[in-house]
Structures are given as C-alpha cells and as structure tokens.
Design a protein around this ligand. Structure first.
Ligand code: ADP
Ligand code: MG
Length: 240
C-alpha cells in the first residue's frame, strides 16, 4: 500500500532524511518512534506529498508521489492525515468541518456528506457535538473529530503524527481507543507515536528513527523483545 524507497531529503545543506526505505502492506499498522528531531514528521509527510524530497521514491497504492504528473490534491484526499494539533477549521461548526472536503474535493452533495460525517461523528462518540465550534470542545474531542473528518474521505490509509502528544493525560485514551478500533477494522496505518501501549496492542511493526535514518524496522515482538540497535534500546529504556 505504501512503499518508501531510498528517500533522502535536505533542507539546504542539512540532511533531514537519509536513505529511508520501508513499506506498509494493506491492513498493516506500523508505529514510527524515535527522538525529537529525528525526521518522523518529515518522513510521513513525504507519504502524502506534503513534503517534497530530492532522492528516492514513494508509491502509495500504485501512485508515485514525486512524479510531476501526479495529482497531489487527489492523492491527499485519499490518504488521511491526523496531526498533533487537530487542525480543525476554527470558524466552522463540527458538521461543516466534517463535510467541507467531501463536498469540495469529492463532489458529494451536502446531504450525502452530512449523512456520512454524522455517522462517523457518532462512531467516535460525539454525535451530540455536531453544532458546536472546535473551540467549544476538549482537545480529545477535537482530535476525535479530526479522525472522523479524515475517515469521511474514505481514505485508503491513515497517517498519524503524534495525535495524542498535545493532549492532557486523561484524554489520551479516548483518542487511542478510536485508533485501536480502526486498526482492528483493518485500516492501513502509519502512526508516529510514543504511546508504546498502543504499539504493543495493535502495531504489526515498529520503526525507530534517529538522525534522519531508519535505524530499526522490526516486527513488534522483536522490537519490544530486544531491539537490535543500541540507540533504540536506550530510547526504549527512557520512555518505558
Ligand atoms: P520529528 O518529527 O522526528 O521530531 P521532524 O521531521 O519534524 O522531526 O524534523 C527533523 C529535523 O528537520 C529537525 O532537526 C528539524 O529541526 C528539521 N526541520 C524540520 N522542518 C524544517 C524546515 N522547514 N527547515 C529546516 N529544518 C527543518
Ligand atoms: Mg514530529
């Protein structure tokens, strides 16, 4: 579903990604972890074309992200992305947040989009919040709306970039529960997170990044059993 091959990226003379290669199969859940500044956000943004890269290739569902003829807005519509800071439209109601891209990008009717959006809102436990504005919701609720909004586009896969790291501790689980449910339903997911409980529960593989490189890419059992690299071992020791 996602194939990342020898991707390197520079900001000026600073190399932010070094020869990154990995792949995510259909229905696979891959957790990406590693120290701050190691390139995790940059790598997953390369998957939906939010960040250009100078070397290598990324293919999502058969579409080459870096090919000049690739319709990036169309690709992004099919690759759901959830950010640390929710990124809901603050001046729009929850309902409008859920329907706008369905109408503008997918050409759905308002009725069809609302029907779909409200079903998903119900699924994340927030049906009663439809008429509110994002600022009237807690962080955990806003993040669940952001997930529902991404799902409304019928994504072929979902990318998460530290979706719980801006949340108060008591709200983390309500967001992780939604992600666990998605994983169990067979969604293909690439999740940057340091929630190792989540990783243990649903990840198939864990990728550990350090200084722009994929240092470890292992089955979950192998990663938690005994990471091969010393850097992954000391990172795990710090966060567990
Ligand atoms: P992570 O998500 O693992 O914390 P990032 O992918 O955000 O790491 O960033 C990796 C490195 O790239 C960091 O050193 C960061 O400072 C640098 N970086 C990120 N964005 C830019 C940018 N627009 N210009 C220059 N350097 C950047
Ligand atoms: Mg990041």
């Amino acid at each position: 579903m996602i194939e990342i091959k020898n991707v390197s990226k520079w900001y000026g003379s600073f190399q932010v990604l070094t020869d990154c290669t990995t792949q995510v199969s259909k229905s696979e859940v891959v957790v990406v972890c590693g120290p701050s500044g190691s390139g995790k956000s940059t790598l997953i943004k390369c998957v939906n074309g939010l960040e250009p890269f100078q070397k290598g290739s990324v293919v999502v569902d058969g579409i080459a992200v870096e090919a000049p003829k690739t319709n990036l807005p169309k690709l992004r519509a099919r690759v759901g992305m959830v950010f640390q800071n929710f990124e809901l439209f603050p001046h729009m109601t929850i309902t409008d947040n859920l329907v706008i891209a369905q109408i503008k990008v997918l050409g759905r009717s308002r009725e069809e989009a609302e029907d779909k959006g409200l079903k998903l809102l119900d699924r994340v436990g927030l049906k009663s919040q439809a008429a509110k504005f994002p600022g009237q919701l807690s962080g955990g609720q806003q993040q669940r709306v952001a997930i529902a909004r991404a799902l409304a586009m019928d994504p072929i896969c979902m990318l998460f970039d530290e979706p719980t790291s801006a949340l108060d501790p008591e709200m983390i689980n309500e967001v992780l529960d939604v992600m666990v449910q998605l994983a169990h339903e067979g969604m293909t997911m690439m999740c940057v997170t340091h929630e190792m409980g989540f990783a243990r529960k649903v990840a198939h593989r864990v990728i550990f990044m350090d200084r722009g490189a994929i240092v470890e890419d292992a089955a979950k059992e192998e990663f938690f059993g005994q990471p091969r690299s010393e850097r992954a071992q000391s990172f795990l020791a710090k966060i567990l």
